[in-house]
Design a protein around this ligand. Structure first.
Ligand code: SAM
Length: 293
């Protein structure tokens, strides 16, 4: 531990050094980024301003809260849960341990959906299956004229998604939140969607135990894809045509090494055809674009 001055004299520069050394010892990757981000969050300033202010003193509550956050981060609690938010497609979404933390690769779904929606005529309907904090559904509500439906099996995830909808000032009529298993909440509704998007849980069950310490803080229901990771894909691909309009698309995010299995599932379905597979920023086949025949 670094030699530290009395609590009320703690300088920002010293606090950063303290945080880096603490997180390094705990085995946290990118200790500087983590320490600086937590400190900047606590003092309500942008990270880049810390160094201009490195001689400024922290208030004692800020120092205490910072140490508390460092301790939790050192216990591998994901940074996004400590900050209560994540940026996705330029929007800030509230997240907590009841929801999966949106990943950058999921932004490909939004880019793909926006291209398809540009070509669509009139007010179309879009479904986000497994909405989590609502990042897909709400980004599309903000960036298109589509009427959006957001389903999740988790009541507490939907509560977070609704909160995000209010924070983003989306009119209530634009997004319908439905709780239930897969397409079940739509059973009694006769809706033909132009797009169905989903980033379902896709980790094979026997790999859950080997996930990083951070990922283990995320809800199991958002990760566990069944024995081979494909449970929800099977169910979505089997029933999607019943909920897609003519020329509608199913857009799915997949896990590593799942594209062959997904291609085969689509091939054996008479109502659907595979149009494209899009790689993510690391070149991993990540998003399948599937058309209703
Ligand atoms: C990997 S997370 C994706 C969350 C969010 N869409 C995103 O892109 O970050 C999967 C989501 O699917 C939900 N889910 C899991 N099984 C489901 C089911 N059978 N029916 C509906 N939603 C389900 C989980 O609660 C979780 O919110």
């Amino acid at each position: 531990m670094l030699p530290l001055k009395r609590v009320e004299q703690r300088e920002i520069g010293d606090a950063i050094k303290f945080g880096i050394s603490f997180l390094k010892r705990k085995g946290i990757a990118e200790p500087r980024l983590n320490a600086e981000t937590l400190l900047a969050y606590l003092i309500g300033k942008e990270r880049f301003t810390l160094y201009i202010n490195e001689k400024k003193h922290l208030k004692s509550w800020q120092w205490n809260s910072y140490r508390h956050l460092l301790k939790r981060r050192g216990g591998f609690v994901p940074l996004q849960y400590l900050l209560d938010s994540v940026n996705f497609f330029g929007f800030d979404f509230v997240v907590n341990k009841k929801v999966f933390i949106p990943r950058p690769e999921t932004e490909i779904l939004i880019e793909t959906a926006l291209i398809k929606l540009k070509k669509a005529k009139g007010r179309v309907k879009v479904l986000d299956l497994g909405t989590g904090c609502g990042n897909i559904a709400l980004s599309l509500a903000k960036l298109s004229r589509a009427e959006v439906y957001a389903i999740d099996i988790s009541k507490s995830a939907l509560a977070v998604a609704k909160r995000n909808s209010q924070r983003l000032r989306i009119r209530e009529k634009r997004v319908h939140f439905l709780q239930g298993d897969c397409f079940e909440p739509l059973k009694k509704k006769r809706i033909a969607f132009q797009l169905i998007l989903s980033s379902p849980p896709y980790i094979p069950r026997d790999r859950l135990a080997a996930l990083s310490e951070e990922i283990k803080f995320e809800p199991k229901i958002a990760l566990d894809g069944g024995e081979d990771g494909l449970d929800l894909f099977r169910r979505i691909i089997e029933k999607a045509h019943l909920f897609l309009g003519k020329d509608g698309y199913l857009i799915l995010e997949m896990g590593i090494n799942q594209s062959v299995a997904i291609k085969n599932l689509v091939k054996s379905n008479k109502s659907l055809s595979l149009k494209d597979i899009i790689p993510d920023y690391q070149g991993i086949e990540r998003v399948a674009i599937i058309k209703n025949k």
